[in-house]
Design a protein around this ligand. Structure first.
Ligand SMILES: C[S@@+](CC[C@H](N)C(=O)[O-])C[C@H]1O[C@@H](n2cnc3c(N)ncnc32)[C@H](O)[C@@H]1O
Length: 234
């Protein structure tokens, strides 16, 4: 079975999603006890934190490469693709995401259904994901989801990203995705002049990113978060 379709099963063999649904629409991981995106609006959050935080769409150029820690529902990727298409840049946007626990296509479809604005990009993505693809070819984008624990998969990745979307669950609940070692690996896999953005302003994450070689700026956060963090490779 393709990795994207593997799921946890209970003793009867039924698929167990590991999700609760806040207000019926926002997926919440039972394992991490944290939502996949802001309850105040996942698409607007992606645009504020990850796109604007990385100076996008202004920095887009043909072949621009985004990398992400935490693929989740795919919503952040789809926000980037929508911005890319709207910017009218030639060529393709490259997108690489690291994900330890891929969601099933039905769970993703349920999460993405809350964003009708994204329907034009989500339908083709979901069709490929449901077929088991982790390499995705969409109009304007070539994406790869690297399945596995990012602590093992990122250090051996051979790519370099122009922009990083750091989107693990909260550092308090998912500390392994924010460790100093992993932030150093992020920096090693950043192109000269490359950048990162994240919704968190946790002090130890900011210090780890600074130690890894990034400038670290505190910016206004999204929704109820007062601050977020962004920076460039110094
Ligand atoms: C907040 S969600 C990401 C939301 C996502 N960007 C979206 O658009 O829905 C965090 C993700 O990080 C993943 N994750 C947690 N620990 C991980 C690890 N050690 N390696 C790779 N992925 C991990 C979780 O499985 C989850 O999908």
């Amino acid at each position: 079975m393709a990795a994207a379709q593997q799921g946890v099963t209970d003793q009867t063999g039924d698929a167990v999603s590991g999700l609760d649904w806040r207000d019926g629409v926002v997926p919440v991981s039972r394992r991490f006890d944290d939502p996949y995106f802001s309850l105040a609006g996942g698409l607007d959050e992606a645009r504020h934190v990850f796109l604007a935080g990385n100076g996008l769409p202004g920095r887009f150029r043909p072949g621009f490469h985004i990398a992400e820690l935490g693929f989740g529902t795919g919503l952040t990727m789809l926000a980037a693709l929508m911005a890319w298409r709207a910017a009218g840049v030639a060529g393709v946007l490259r997108y690489t995401s690291f994900e330890a626990c891929p969601l099933s296509a039905p769970d993703m479809a349920r999460a993405l259904a809350a964003f009708p604005e994204a329907a034009s990009v989500s339908s083709a993505f979901l069709a490929q994901w449901a077929a088991g693809a982790t390499r995705l070819v969409l109009d304007g984008m070539e994406a790869e989801v690297i399945v596995g624990d990012a602590r093992a998969t990122l250090p051996v990745w051979t790519g370099l990203a122009d922009a990083w979307f750091l989107d693990g669950f909260s550092p308090a609940k998912n500390p392994e995705l924010w460790s100093a070692d992993l932030m150093a690996a992020v920096a090693r896999h950043t192109a000269p002049g490359g950048s990162f953005a994240t919704y968190t302003a946790a002090g130890h994450v900011r210090r780890a990113l600074a130690a890894a070689g990034f400038t670290v700026d505190r910016l206004p956060g999204f929704g109820r978060k007062r601050h977020m963090t962004a920076g460039v490779l110094a």
